[in-house]
Design a protein around this ligand. Structure first.
Ligand code: XMP
Length: 526
C-alpha cells in the first residue's frame, strides 16, 4: 500500500509524525535508519520523511542517509537532524553545537553567536512550497544543537528565525524540503499545514479512512485464513471487542470468539460487552470464570503475584476452551490478537525496525497449541481502532472507554481480593465513573479509577460512630500513559462524588483524591 515512510533517527517525536499524517488520512509507517532503498520501494514509499534525532551529524559515527535515498525520486521532507543530514550530504555547511561559540565568532554566515535553539521561535520571511497558504505569525518549535549555516547549492532558504538561523530550505527540482523545527508537535500550531503541503507534493490519495481500513483488513483476513476457523479471546476491552466485530464481518461462521469473564471488570461491564457484541451478530462463547479467579487469588496480597496469577489463570481457562472447541494443529489453526502499532514499534526497537517483523506476543499462550497469528490491527494506533469500532457499530459508550488494566479491579484492591471487596470497589468505581460522564468530564480525563485501601478510619454517620473503609479516587490526564498528571477535577464535582459514594456504599466513610503525578507515582496503585 502506498505510504509515506518515516525514517527514525531517534527523535522523541517520530511516532507523532506518523500520527499527524494519518490524521491527514494518509497511511504512514516508521522504519529504522538502517532501511535500504529497496525496502523503501517495497514499502510503497511515495514520500519519505527523515525524523529528528539526538545525535550530531558532525560526529564520526552518527547515522547517515540510506544509500540511494536521494536517487529514489520521491519527495523527501527532512526534519531537524534530517535537515542537517541533507545539508551535509548535499554540500551545505553544518555548525556543530560545540563549535558554535568559536565558529560563530569567526564570522559564520548564520549571523548568530550560537548554533542551537530550544523552544519556541518566530519565523521571519517564510515562503516556498511548504508554507503555501500560511499567513500571519508562524511559531515554530525548535530543539536542535547543530545548525545548517550555509544551504547547499541549489537549495533556497525558505524561512529564517529572528536570530538569523536557517529554519527551512528546499530544492523544488529534486523535491527535497527541509525544516529545522518540528512541524508535528502542537507547539508548532500551524505545523499541520506544512505536513499537508508535503503530502500534496507526493500526490498520494488521502484515503486512509476507517471505512477503507475495515475493507482492507477484511480482505487481508479472508485471504490469510481461507476457509479455516479463527480463535479470538475477548477480554472486554476496546481492542478485542472491535477485533471481534471486524472478524465477524470478515469471516462470520469461521470465527470462534471466547469471552473469559474473570469477574474483575467494572460493574455490569461484562454483560454490557456481551450484549453489544451479540447485538452486532458475534456468536460469543462466554466462560464464567469468576469463582475460579477468586479461588486462585484467595489469600494473595502481593501485587506482582496477583498479576501473575490472573495472567496464568486466563491462559489456562482460554486454553481449556480452545482445546474443547477444537484448537490445535488439526483443528483451529489461527489465533487473532489485537496487537496495535505502538506494540509493534516498541517490540521491534529502532535497530531492527527496518522492515517491521512479526512479533509473537501471544500473551504467553502455550506454544504447543501451534497457532498462526492474525493481527489485523498491527498497523493501527489506538484512536484508529476507536474509529474502526465506530465504523463497525460499537456503541460510543463502549468504544470511548478509558484504558483498563488486564488484571482489572484486583490491582485496585490493596491486600487480598475477596468477593465482598470486589463488589464494594465495583460500586464505588461505578459512582465515580458515572458522575464523570454526567459532568462531561469523562473524555477530558485519560483514565479514572477508585482504589480500595486497607485503611479504616473513624467517622460519624447519622448519630452513630462508624469505622469504615478509606477509598482513593484517581483521575489523570495523559497522552500515552507513560507519563501522567493528576486531573484538576472541579471541587464541586469532587464534593458531589464524595457524598454520593458514602451514601451509596455505607461501608466507606472516607474519600480522598490522589494528587500524585507520574512519575513519581504510577497510574495504578499496585
Ligand atoms: P501504570 O500503573 O504503570 O499504568 O502507570 C500505565 C497504564 O497501563 C495500565 N496497566 C496495565 N494494563 N495489564 C494491563 O493490561 C497490566 O498489568 C497493567 N498495569 C497497568 C494502567 O491501567 C495504565 O493505563
Amino acid at each position: 500500500m502506498a505510504s509515506i515512510v518515516v525514517i527514525d533517527y531517534g527523535s522523541q517525536y517520530t511516532r507523532l509524525i506518523t500520527r499527524r499524517l494519518r490524521e491527514l488520512n494518509v497511511y504512514s509507517v516508521i522504519v529504522a535508519h538502517t532501511v535500504s532503498a529497496k525496502d523503501l520501494s517495497d514499502l510503497g514509499a511515495a514520500g519519505v520523511i527523515l525524523s529528528g534525532g539526538p545525535r550530531s551529524v558532525t560526529a564520526a559515527d552518527s547515522p547517515g542517509l540510506p544509500p540511494g535515498l536521494l536517487e529514489l525520486g520521491v519527495p523527501i521532507l527532512a526534519i531537524c537532524y534530517g535537515m542537517q543530514l541533507i545539508a551535509r550530504e548535499a554540500g551545505g555547511r553544518v555548525l556543530a553545537r560545540n563549535e558554535a561559540g568559536e565558529a560563530g565568532g569567526a564570522g559564520i554566515a548564520s549571523g548568530a553567536g550560537r548554533a542551537g535553539e530550544y523552544g519556541k521561535a518566530a519565523l521571519v520571511d517564510y515562503g516556498g512550497t511548504l508554507f503555501d497558504g500560511v499567513e500571519g505569525e508562524f511559531v515554530a518549535w525548535m530543539s536542535h544543537g547543530d545548525s545548517v549555516v550555509e544551504a547547499p547549492s541549489g537549495f533556497e532558504v525558505t524561512a529564517t528565525t529572528e536570530s538569523g538561523l536557517i529554519a527551512a530550505m528546499e530544492h523544488t527540482g529534486r523535491g527535497v524540503y527541509c525544516l529545522q523545527f518540528h512541524p508535528e508537535v502542537r507547539h508548532t500550531p500551524k505545523g499541520a499545514v506544512l505536513l499537508e503541503r508535503f503530502v500534496e507534493t507526493t500526490g498520494l490519495p488521502r484515503d486512509w479512512t476507517a471505512e477503507n481500513i475495515v475493507q482492507e483488513a477484511t480482505a487481508n483476513v479472508r485471504a490469510a485464513v481461507g476457509s479455516q476457523r479463527v480463535l479470538l479471546a475477548i477480554s472486554g476491552g476496546v481492542d478485542s471487542s472491535t477485533l471481534g466485530l471486524l472478524l465477524n464481518r470478515a469471516i462470520h461462521d469461521q470465527l470462534v470468539a471466547v469471552f473469559v469473564d474473570h469477574g474483575l471488570l467494572r460493574l455490569g461491564e461484562a454483560d454490557e460487552v456481551e450484549r453489544a457484541l451479540r447485538a452486532l451478530g458475534v456468536d460469543l462463547h462466554v466462560v464464567d470464570a469468576k469463582e475460579r479467579f477468586l479461588r486462585a487469588l484467595a489469600g494473595v496480597s502481593d501485587p506482582e503475584t496477583k498479576r501473575k496469577i490472573i495472567g496464568g489463570e486466563f491462559i489456562k481457562v482460554f486454553e481449556e476452551q480452545a482445546r474443547a472447541l477444537g484448537a490445535g494443529a488439526e483443528g483451529i489453526r489461527f489465533l487473532a490478537q489485537g496487537t496495535l502499532y505502538p506494540d509493534v514499534i516498541e517490540s521491534a526497537g529502532t535497530a531492527g525496525a527496518a522492515v517491521i517483523k512479526s512479533h509473537h506476543n501471544v500473551g504467553g499462550l502455550p506454544a504447543d497449541l501451534g497457532f498462526e497469528l492474525i493481527e489485523p490491527f498491527r498497523n493501527l494506533f489506538k484512536d484508529e481502532v476507536r474509529e474502526v469500532a465506530e465504523a463497525l457499530g460499537l456503541p460510543p459508550h463502549l468504544r470511548e472507554r478509558h484504558p483498563f488494566p488486564g488484571p482489572g479491579l484486583a490491582i485496585r484492591i490493596i491486600g487480598e481480593v475477596t468477593k465482598e471487596r470486589l463488589e464494594l470497589l465495583a460500586r464505588v468505581d461505578d459512582v465515580f465513573v458515572t458522575a464523570l460522564r454526567e459532568f462531561g468530564l469523562y473524555l477530558e480525563t485519560w483514565q479514572a479509577l477508585a482504589v480500595l485501601t486497607q485503611v479504616r478510619s473513624v467517622g460519624v454517620m447519622g448519630d452513630e460512630r462508624s469505622y469504615g473503609y478509606l477509598v482513593a479516587l484517581r483521575a489523570v490526564t495523559s497522552v500515552d500513559g507513560m507519563t501522567a498528571d493528576w486531573a484538576r477535577l472541579p471541587h464541586e464535582f469532587l464534593a458531589t462524588v464524595s457524598s454520593r459514594i458514602v451514601n451509596a456504599v455505607p461501608e466507606v466513610n472516607r474519600v480522598v483524591y490522589d494528587i500524585t503525578s507520574k512519575p513519581p507515582g504510577t497510574i495504578e496503585w499496585e
